[in-house]
Design a protein around this ligand. Sequence first.
Ligand code: NAD
Length: 347
Amino acid sequence: MRACFLSARCGRKEGTDTMKIAFYSTKPYDRVWFEPMGKDYGFDIHFIEMPCNEDTVFLAKGYDAICIFVNDYVNAGMIDKLYEMKVKAILLRSAGFNHVDVKAAEDKITILRVPSYSPEAVAEFAMAMLLTVNRYTHKAYTRTRDFNMNINGFMGKDMFHKVAGVIGTGKIGQAMIRIFNGFSMHVIAYDPYPNHTLDVEYVSLDELLRQSDFISLHCPLTQQTQHLIDRDAIEKMKEGVYLVNTSRGALIDTEAVIDGLISRKIGGLGLDVYEEEEGVFYEDCSNEIMTDENLARLTTFPNVLITSHMGFFTREAMQAIAQVTMENAYALENGLPLVNQVGKCME
Ligand code: NAD
């Protein structure tokens, strides 16, 4: 590690080592938050626009840490390369860590994440998506801009007193429950680790699928939750159910959900995440030929809204992500307790 100068705000002493960080998948809005904060902490951050993958991992040579986002990945082979290059840490700008081989990193590279930044940001966005697909505001916007004031086809459903099902009652799920309660809905939830202090009725997953008019997914992507919403699950749902996924794309079997939309079992779908989003989401592909037929098909449904993994994207969340990421790096560099470390036992 190299020597650095005093940072007034973080209180680092002059002459102590500073961390060199290779910052992958940089977007303009990342620089807005990380550039000044990195300077405050005295870190040497090198911003790289490219994603972190097998082809770009070599760019980490000479750095102490890499900083990555949700559509970057680090597999076991890349862990070995990073280890050989003496990279000591992977700083995740996210809560989820399914994109890093945590087991392979054990005893080699420290992984630090941002476990919580603004659960409300994601939950509020999930509600915005449900309201949009239910009331067709996305279609009404374009129609009225053409002075087509016809409202045919835009009839929605009251949410008042309907059943809202929340799958996963962690930080974001709890924020979602508060929002659904604010709409005077009957809220039910499923979580293998129920939190009985919450104002919600826990039911089995099957029961939730059977009873809910609106379903929102808030569990992490793990081996157990991959394709949690598959053909069987959709079969159990109510006719015309509304579904929103702001968690991870692979919670949903995309082909099963397309068939559910075609059969009209699913009345509306909001996807902020998509199982094949890597390399597409966050990029401008508007001038390219779309080769992902499932994504192309999804965009043809009037009752489907797709957004580009932006549930987190508020000022408050960005500030918190930058702050906690820098605090994580600072703790690592200074031998402080690593409260946000990702360990093998968390997989
Ligand atoms: P959290 O860890 O606080 O809560 C996750 C909850 O899911 C826990 O209560 C856990 O017990 C539960 N769970 C685990 N396995 C389950 C299963 N099989 N079925 C149902 N529940 C299960 O996480 P969080 O902060 O609430 O975030 C939830 C997810 O949201 C993250 O894993 C991440 O994938 C996603 N996320 C998305 C965005 C975005 O911008 N769209 C931003 C942040 C997080």
